[in-house]
Design a protein. Sequence first.
Length: 335
Amino acid sequence: MLPGDGVGPELMHAVKEVFKVPALGGRGDGCGGRSVPGAGAVPSSCRALCSHCSPCPAGKIHTPMEFKGELASYDMRLRRKLDLFANVVHVKSLPGYQTRHNNLDLVIIREQTEGEYSSLEHEVGRSSAWCGFGVTAGGRGLCPRTCGFARCWGHRRRCPTQPSTCCSSRRKLGDGLFLQCCEEVAELYPKIKFETMIIDNCCMQLVQNPYQFDVLVMPNLYGNIIDNLAAGLVGGAGVVPGESYSAEYAVFEMGARHPFAQAVGRNIANPTAMLLSASNMLRHLNLEFHSNLIADAVKKVIKVGKVRTRDLGGYSTTSDFVKSVIDNLHPHYGA
């Protein structure tokens, strides 16, 4: 595990408690714990750790605003070290929890090691600073890899009636290159509809009519914004799972990455997103039965509605929610 910062360690503890349940094999005590410090450099051993433990669940690695070291954040340096170029966030309505838009089911795929987070910043005198963004194509470039990954994901979902959407802006060179890669890859999948959309229009369309979307693919910053916007449509940052992929590694995390420092130690964080991410990790390992056990238990707790954390309008604690999930997996366990 990579617990990370903020409420990350508390959410990882929730995952370990659920994994201890006999129905899942009772292996929670065997989960390794390795924290990536938010106040120090990313350990060089992280790559070796993930090479032995991939896939693994991970928490958000926080970089303070007053950080004066390298321009790249701790989180970005780890993702580049592992070459986690594609981030996938599955935005899906929770059964029994009513929002403005119900029965949503869409996937957001973003390139996450380039773009505006490339750390191409420099000061010009004392009164101005410039920030650029990088986009690479051709060969092993991240544009075609991300676009190809998204098209394969769309092909697997088999929803030809809904389009795969590439979000861009009016920056002709950077976003134009990303868009060109998407169009070239789209030609390889003629049975799947493909369209483009300006990012500001995409935000408006998501709020007005999110049902028109199926798979969205976009550069880094746009994906960060759309991830959080879409999470708000189904209940907030605490309910949306996410995952990041490279050719070698897979890391499972919350879809809306945030350390939630204000909730640390208060036992109020919603573990839904982290538990669903753990469920997706088991599915990635072809443990379909065990994956469904966790996902179904979490969704049942939310659907019944007796145990909900504050972000979902309830008064239950993190511990209460985890206990209710465990009771659904194995009644009277730990009694």
